[in-house]
Design a binder for this molecule. Structure first.
Ligand code: ADP
Ligand code: MG
Length: 705
């Protein structure tokens, strides 16, 4: 028996991808579907029937008994409702396995169980899922059997988006249309379609499952609510790119195989900055497929961990004081004939198309910085952004020396005459190859960095969908392109007009460019002087969705209506309140039932020891017991007082009317009370006998996997 894996054989074996469709569908039907995918024409029911039938046959061969419309409601995770292929029994006692075009293209989950932010009253519970034929169907195999999963969009009866995918697809149409407009006016006559390409790098933590189960905070909230720092943190940096431990390596191999079967191009894996932290990056794909694949990556990471006695933590900040997890959303625009609009070429200063695209992105990001920040707003991410490790909560763009220099030339002279040359890297070792360095060094502290031929938006939280960020990016860049086209299409000399626009955008939006250390205090002050928004937390950030310039951009390109935006903001406030409420209640529970009793036991041991020593040997010193007892008792009293306060504010918060004010109360009062409870408890953890502490420590969790 060999466990050698033949990647090319298993890759995509559970996906009804283009190759599977080409092999199975009648030629005409296959061509029709391609037209639907590429030209966006409507799918007729006859074609859908044939596709559905073939898809079902294929899925049954893979062992599938059920099908599901797989969708992404606003809960942040995917949802599905399973139906079996079985239809009415036949006269001969057998059952018929069927799947119609109607079932393929439309589903009707009970919409009232998903957040809608008041878009749909519960008495109008009807919601529809509609097949997204641009993202391939797949068969998922797990303990429950095999299921045909059909990626779908989820809308209300009146067509309002109740999910992540619908606005994403709308934004992709917007950026496609405006990019083609821009290419045409600049003289491109061949490209037919422009698609945003996305490669989301996923960070995560892996801990031992048995230890995990002993931490009620991790189980209920995904992060530790208490925990003192271990003696060794990440200061040695010995794990970053370190050899991946056997157990983790076996897990990662399993994850890869599962993902490859699902057609996800899991490619690089390495240890991350924190101990027990890892990263998985796929090869980039078209935006909506990448978003779907990232959901599969997260599901798979969690599912496979269980098989190895491990637990995957996707929370942005599972351990306070230890580096958190994010997601880097790599984004570029690529034409159907292979032109990357963000590729600078060998002489960037002469590449007008590239420079115009680049400055349009600058303009978009500057104009909508708050909105882009809001797209990464998440309760867990509040512990990360601006917390001295991840990008700050302030949006800025890193371009690198070469591009910054070119834009500086434009700002002063209206054109550029040269590009700073890329140097050769010389290691001084003869046997190591010398190679040309990248045009720019990396700046890990930048939230929005140009990295060669793509932008990397690094603010997204590790457990969040990347859909929102891409909806925003696609829309705001579409808007900037549209504005540029409005000028260029009327210009007598397009080239001169384009050079003028590059200069104008570079000049007007240079405040968003920042190549320095984004983690420094000085940057926060500097950003304030530049007038850049700094939303430190989710409840402050999410209002940007309904700022006038946001509503205008979304409505102009039919990505969101105002009521859809308002509903989303409402949902975000609700999610915030609910999450903090669960955390507060978990803390109250753990402190009351586990921590206080343990500390009392320890205090009793100290008191008993004090008395026993005094009795046995009156002249022996007992000041250690006395001091520890005094210290422990004081912290215990502080804990009890903080617990009481947390209980009070949590009760008040829970009774408030849902919405912005409630969310703010949770942030200002409840979160603060949680921190005040944590402080004495973490001190106690450093004093109390380890064998009496009721849960595994940070050290146990992150160094012993
Ligand atoms: P990094 O630059 O962060 O070290 P890579 O070059 O490996 O990493 O790329 C990180 C991610 O960016 C990968 O998922 C990769 O597929 C993706 N990526 C590379 N080129 C592009 C592109 N043109 N557009 C979008 N994503 C891309
Ligand atoms: Mg990266």
């Amino acid at each position: 028996m060999s466990d050698r894996i033949n990647v090319s054989e298993i890759f995509g074996e559970n996906v009804f991808d283009d190759a599977a469709m080409q092999a199975r569908l009648p030629k005409k039907i296959y061509q029709k579907l391609h037209q639907v995918i590429e030209e966006g024409i409507e799918l007729d029911i006859e074609t859908a029937d044939v596709i559905a039938h073939e898809m079902k046959e294929w899925a049954i061969e893979k062992g599938a008994t059920h099908f599901t419309h797989w969708f992404q409601p606003l809960t942040g995770v995917t949802a599905e409702k399973h139906d079996s292929f079985i239809t009415a029994p036949m006269a001969n006692g057998k059952v018929l396995m069927s799947f119609s075009g109607k079932e393929l293209i439309k589903g009707e989950p009970d919409a009232s169980s998903f957040p809608s932010g008041g878009l749909r009253a519960t008495f109008e519970a009807r919601g529809y899922t509609a097949w997204d034929c641009t993202s391939p169907a797949f068969v998922r195999q797990d303990a429950g059997g095999a299921t045909l999963c059909i990626p779908t969009a989820f809308c209300s009866y009146t067509g309002e988006a109740l999910d992540q995918k619908t606005p994403l697809l709308r934004s992709m149409e917007a950026i496609n249309e405006q990019s083609i407009r821009l290419l045409r006016v600049l003289g491109n006559t061949t490209s037919k379609k422009v698609t945003p390409s996305v490669g989301p790098e996923q960070e995560y933590f892996i801990v031992d499952r048995e230890k995990y189960l002993k931490r009620k905070d991790l189980v209920f909230t995904g992060r530790t609510l208490f925990g003192a720092m271990p003696p060794k943190g990440q200061e040695m940096d010995d794990h970053y790119f370190g050899a991946i431990r056997e157990r983790i390596a076996a897990y990662m191999k399993d994850v890869d195989v599962e993902l490859w079967k699902l057609g996800v191009t899991a490619k690089t894996e390495h240890n991350e900055a924190a101990p027990a932290q890892h990263e998985l990056a796929p090869i980039y794909a078209q935006c909506n497929v990448a978003v779907d694949h990232n959901q599969l990556v997260m599901e798979t990471l969690k599912k496979v961990a269980g098989r190895h006695g491990l637990q995957c933590l996707l929370h942005e900040k599972p351990f306070a004081g230890v580096n958190g997890s994010g997601k880097h959303n790599n984004w570029s625009l690529i034409t159907d004939d292979g032109i990357n609009l963000l590729s600078p070429g060998s002489k960037p200063h002469e590449n007008i198309q590239f420079l115009l695209v680049l400055t349009c992105v600058l303009k978009a990001v500057d104009k909508h910085a708050g909105l882009l920040r809001a797209s990464a707003a998440d309760v867990g991410n509040d512990h990360r952004l601006g917390a001295n490790e991840a990008p700050p909560a302030i949006i800025s763009v890193y371009l690198g020396e070469q591009l910054e220099d070119i834009l500086a030339q434009f700002i002063t002279t209206g054109t550029a005459t040269h590009s700073i040359k890329r140097e050769r890297l010389s290691t001084g070792v003869k046997t190591l190859p010398d190679f040309r360095k990248d045009a720019a060094d990396r700046n890990r502290t930048s939230p929005f960095a140009f990295t060669g031929n793509k932008f990397e938006f690094r603010m997204v939280g590790s457990k969040d969908s990347v859909a929102q960020s891409n909806v925003v990016l696609n829309t705001i860049v579409a808007e900037a392109f549209a504005d540029a086209c409005d000028v260029l299409e009327k210009a007598e000399d397009v080239e001169i007009a384009a050079l003028d626009l590059i200069s104008e955008y570079a000049r007007e939006h240079q405040r968003i460019i920042f190549n320095g250390n984004g983690y420094s205090e000085e940057w926060i002050e500097e950003a304030l002087r530049r007038g850049l928004p700094n939303y430190e937390c989710m409840v402050d950030a999410i209002g940007a969705y309904i700022a006038p310039e946001s509503v205008a951009a979304f409505e102009r390109f039919h990505v969101f209506s105002r009521s859809e935006l308002e509903s989303r903001v409402e949902i975000e406030y609700e999610i915030y309140a609910k999450t903090i409420n669960i955390e507060a209640k978990a803390m109250i529970d753990i402190a009351t039932k586990q921590i206080i009793p343990a500390v009392i036991r320890y205090a009793t041991v100290l008191a008993e020891s004090y008395n026993a020593v005094k009795m046995a040997c009156p002249s022996a010193p007992v000041n250690v017991q006395a001091e520890l007892l005094a210290e422990t008792s004081q912290l215990l009293a502080d804990t009890k007082a903080a617990l009481k306060k947390l209980q009070q504010v949590t009760e008040i918060a829970a009774k408030m009317e849902r919405g912005e004010a409630q969310a703010h109360y949770y942030k200002d009062e409840v979160s603060a009370a949680m921190q005040n409870l944590r402080t004495p408890v973490d001190k106690l953890e450093m004093i109390v006998d380890k064998s009496m502490w009721p849960m595994p420590s940070y050290g146990d969790l992150i160094f012993e996997v």
